[in-house]
Design a protein around this ligand. Sequence first.
Ligand SMILES: [Zn+2]
Ligand SMILES: [Zn+2]
Length: 638
Amino acid sequence: MADFEQKPKRPATGNGPRTPRRAPKAPLAGKAPGAPMAKAPQPAAPMAKAPAPAAPGTNTPAARPRRNYFPRRPRGQAPAANNGTPAPQIRIYPLGGLGEVGKNITLLECGGDMILVDCGCVFPDNEMYGIDLVIPDFTFVEQNISRIRGLLITHGHEDHIGSIPYLLKKVKLPIYATKLTCGLIRNKLEEFGLAGSTKFVEILPRHKVRLGCFTVEPIHVNHSIPDAVAFAIESPAGVVIMTGDFKIDYTALSGGVTDLSTLAEYGQRGVLALLSDSTNAERPGFTATEQKVVESLRGLFARARNKRIIIATFASNLNRVQQIIDLAVEDGRKVAFSGRSMVNNTEMAMELGYMHIPEGTQIDIEQLSKYPPEKVVLITTGSQGEPLSALSRMAQNSHRNVRVGPGDFIIISANPIPGNEKSVTKIVNGLLLLGADVIYESMYDVHVSGHACQEEEKLILTLTRPQFFMPVHGEYKQLKRHALTAASLGIPETNILIAENGSQVILSRDGIQLGEPVQAGAVMVDGLGVGDVGNVVMRDRKHLSEDGLVIVIATVNSADGTILAGPDLVSRGFVYVRENEQLMDGAKEIVESTFSHCLEEHTHDWNSVKTRVREALSSYIYRKTKRSPMILPILMEV
Ligand SMILES: [Zn+2]
Ligand SMILES: [Zn+2]
């Protein structure tokens, strides 16, 4: 927070303050999630010039003079509002990725044309019992499909491509992505039988593509997967830059540093809005270069000496995998791969030329035992403690080909994603118990993040000099921190907007405001079911997982309501029946007496009988055990 409070008096750029040619308008500012949406008069109405409430939580000393850093008119364009006609508008609909890390998807609209940027998924949290995947709600996309000119993808991570198959099952859209990203998407679509029917357009950094009234220029950025791009999106309303996931690595392992000069060019020409990655917004400084990891790994290879090396990392971090291969070659070791995604990704990357393994270096995992331990490196998945991953199986001593022991030197070259710490710890414990050396987390700089820290975020803000700024890709606290970073550079709080999933952000050179929100949200995928698991099902799963189930079965005479067979009680996940016979006998008596009461009262409505049984049994069980299992009475009439 310190750098926000000690604001410099002047902009931190070398450009110096600028004189605005027209008075800055006061747009509607960002708002906290949960607060009601600001209502635009009509979606198509000219910009409201409402007095601006301060951005949430930003401290705005009343007397602080507004600096002249923003806004300014892009060069070579006519003043917008001079003749009284409103400036053209662009609408941005973030449908995912705000207030969360994952399922990034953003729709942009201008002049009747729309483009969709990214289509990611998110993995379920511990509260989502049995859910495989969470995808965005596509309703708004489906409603507007006739106007959407294409789906642009920034890079091949799951939180940007993971939902594409689910979208393409509903609608047809051409996909615009770089070569490697196309390859990863194609692999994914093949599993769903959608690869053949989907049109792919391979894009290249610095090569513009036209989509309706939009002209999009992909810009090379560094990230933890090769071939990642940002997008400079030109529209009649102005240029919007979406960074996608990025960092700035001056000594990147492949592809060179993030294309700062192109970003600066757009800054010179005038950028209407910047939407920038906020994942590491809370971290000061710079993200370290991948070279640091290389040095660190080289040192560890030396330390491993006569041991077998097993390295776990993200299968998508192809640069890291390549570096490990290079080190193995340097050290005279063969390389084997383990884990389906690791095998698939490296195969595809080699085919597309993103990876190179010298002839004779790669061996099959089954041949591993034929080589002395100091002659092999095994590269595997499972760095996040995924329970079914190869590394997890090794830790449980149940891997088909690999037995871990004191002769192993294991490196986990990735930090646990928040939420995965426990499972990673479990694996580390398992491997240590088997006698292996284990290097993990921040022990030896064996991992650097793929996302920009504060100083990198500042550099992007300074180069692109946007009139408006929207932090994206992160939880609210990260978005908020990124907003403060932008404000510390002199972007007026009123020009910074923290939107949320479903916001309609209306932008023009005259201002930024929120329109009517649109439908957005999370859809849960369980097996083949998409969206059929709702709140009720989830509540039942939670109940079952916490207290178990008691089923009461009885056969009753439909004529007089007498019990012909039973009642029998079956329990699952509640108590072990054989050790609790007394309790179950008591429960049976309660059920029987409830039946006879109903009989005396001539209650023949089976639903109310069931309710009474449920209530009586529930209170009995609670009295005896202080537990509330789900109770399911089943009455069979004969
Ligand atoms: Zn990413
Ligand atoms: Zn991402």
